[in-house]
Design a protein around this ligand. Structure first.
Ligand SMILES: [Zn+2]
Length: 292
């Protein structure tokens, strides 16, 4: 069970979100057989995406985060819906590189120190909203913070953490927080947020102390009175289906389908959950009449 909370300060100056995403990141590691550093990279991205998803307004809105960089694991992709449910994948899930100079998993070394973060929001309009910013660090949290500042002009602080057992390489803990200033925030609000952040070591250290997401928000922002807006359960969940895969095949067009029909069987594998969909030649040929 992954708990995500959304809180607001009683003076109306900021929102605070926090999630314990341990199970979600464990599921991602199991589905994709992620290496240590890829568990940290994708784990951070899906944790961030989950909170960003909850900030979407419409029920059917979705959000895609794609980090394409010059590292060997690139790209990493996460998709979230407005319930905070996520799915994701890594270009090369098995990349192993040495720890960075701080003795930590080298996420930017795996994804890239240079690259772009693309944020796509499908809000049910004719065209999805898309924005792209260059990496600040390639460490994920700073890049998400910069996205909000540059593209949405919303001062935001994002913290993300994934703790991996160095012995058996299994994910132990994962979580994140997102603080967003509201238009009523002033210099005093910023000072109080900065004071609070000085005392923050990492999200995972709070989690290993047994703190709940609600308690973590209060710990990070001790100078604010925070009120709970909602508490939800989020998880790693793929929504692929035979119908969606069929539609993707139809989108390949008549020529594409004829090429597939040269083989007795066509196999499609979902990037997000590795589920296999197998179509016979007859099934592929039957799709041709669906092409416009
Ligand atoms: Zn799937």
């Amino acid at each position: 069970m992954n708990e995500l909370v959304r809180m607001i300060s009683d003076d109306g100056t900021l929102y605070a979100l926090c999630v314990n995403s341990t199970e979600m990141v464990k599921d991602a590691q199991n589905i994709h057989s992620l290496s240590k550093v890829c568990s940290a990279a994708l784990g951070r991205l899906i944790t961030g995406a989950s909170m960003m998803g909850v900030l979407l307004k419409g029920k059917d809105d979705t959000l895609t985060l794609k980090m394409s960089g010059n590292g060997p694991a690139s790209p990493i992709v996460a998709v979230a819906n407005s319930d905070g449910f996520v799915k994701g994948y890594v270009g090369d899930a098995h990349v192993n590189i040495p720890l960075n100079s701080f003795g930590k998993l080298d996420v930017s070394g795996a994804v890239g120190k240079e690259g772009n973060l693309t944020v796509i929001k499908d809000l049910g309009l004719k065209e999805p909203y898309a924005a792209q910013i260059p990496f600040v660090s390639g460490e994920v949290a700073e890049d998400i913070t910069a996205y909000y500042y540059i593209s949405e002009q919303t001062p935001t602080v994002c913290g993300l953490g994934v703790l991996v057992n160095p012995e058996d390489e299994q994910v132990l803990l994962a979580g994140g927080f997102l603080i967003q200033l509201l238009p009523t925030a002033d210099d005093d609000t910023i000072t109080k947020v900065e004071n609070g952040l000085k005392g923050v070591k990492s999200v995972t250290s709070f989690l290993s102390d047994g703190l709940t997401p609600e308690e973590i928000c209060k710990k990070i922002l001790p100078e604010f009175n925070l009120e709970l807006l909602d508490r939800t359960n989020v998880e790693y969940k793929c929504d692929c289906s035979t119908e969606k895969v069929t539609n993707a095949l139809i989108a390949a067009g008549k020529d594409g389908l004829l090429e597939m029909a040269e083989d007795p069987q066509t196999e499609a594998v979902c990037h997000f959950c590795n589920k296999r969909y197998v179509f016979t030649r007859e099934q592929i040929l039957a799709l041709i009449k669906e092409c416009i």
